[in-house]
Design a protein around this ligand. Structure first.
Ligand SMILES: Nc1ncnc2c1ncn2[C@@H]1O[C@H](COP(=O)(O)OP(=O)(O)OP(=O)(O)O)[C@@H](O)[C@H]1O
Ligand SMILES: [Mg+2]
Length: 229
């Protein structure tokens, strides 16, 4: 890995505002940010500070009101919904606090779903096998999410986030619904993912212990992002 690689994500003076009950909320205030290939980035900060807004703007789920966002050198902040959907399906994996698995699909089918949605020509059975093995659930391929523990569900969600080989994984409080032991296991898994698959990882958390897993640390409050050493 060299330092002159272009950033995976670059923000130029990004701001985002919401109108809430007659008042204007500044969710992101002049944010500048660069994430490099393989970085494991953590974002901490108080509730309402702008963490989810930041992650959603990085992932093209939300658009800024001011400034520019580049993903792998492409300007995404002015893409339309169709282009953004396409981009997310190809390049970004999301891991959510509440897992967001489809209850009527088996583990195997949940992991396969992003491939089907992006109209992947072949169903990549081997890759699904490998990922299930990687997250330690190969013997549960035909179970349903309701038959799993929270930690197991989050491992499935990580396998699903990896199946289309994204350059970037975004996780919003991925351990928020797990006990500390399982939370630590999920973070170990995410850290292994970022090294083995050369994936850039951004994790939002309230938990300083979880944040210690990253190699680049940020804090956001009142929409202002600062880097922590
Ligand atoms: N859809 C919305 N409409 C109006 N205001 C919003 C909306 N989404 C977020 N906000 C406001 O923007 C600010 C940042 O919200 P955000 O969800 O990014 O915070 P957060 O740091 O993720 O908080 P938490 O830790 O509680 O999840 C807050 O003041 C919030 O009330
Ligand atoms: Mg949030």
């Amino acid at each position: 890995m060299t330092n002159d690689q272009p950033p995976v994500i670059k923000f130029n003076n990004v701001s985002k505002f919401y109108a809430a009950g007659g008042t204007r909320v500044t969710a992101l205030s002049n944010v500048n940010l660069e994430l490099k290939v393989g970085d494991f980035v953590t974002v901490m900060g108080p509730s309402g500070g702008g963490k989810t807004t930041l992650l959603n703007c990085i992932g093209g789920l939300d658009a800024p009101d001011e400034g520019e966002i580049f993903l792998n050198n492409r300007l995404i902040s002015r893409m339309d919904d169709r282009e953004l959907t396409e981009l997310r399906r190809k390049e970004i994996g999301f891991v959510f606090q509440f897992f967001n698995l489809m209850p009527t699909l088996t583990l195997w089918e949940n992991i396969e779903l992003p491939l089907l949605l992006s109209h992947s020509a072949k169903t990549e059975d081997r890759r699904i096998h490998t990922l299930l093995d990687y997250v330690g659930l190969s013997d549960r391929a035909h179970s349903f999410p309701a038959e799993l523990s929270g930690g197991e569900m989050q491992r499935v969600a990580i396998a699903r986030a990896l199946v289309h080989q994204p350059t970037l994984i975004l996780a919003d409080e991925p351990t928020g619904n797990l006990d500390s032991e399982n939370g630590a296991k999920i973070l170990e898994l995410l850290r292994n993912v970022s090294t083995e698959f050369q994936t850039t990882l951004a994790v939002v958390t309230h938990n300083p212990q979880i944040a210690s897993y990253g190699n680049v640390h940020f804090e956001i409050r009142d929409g202002k992002l600062t880097r922590k050493e």
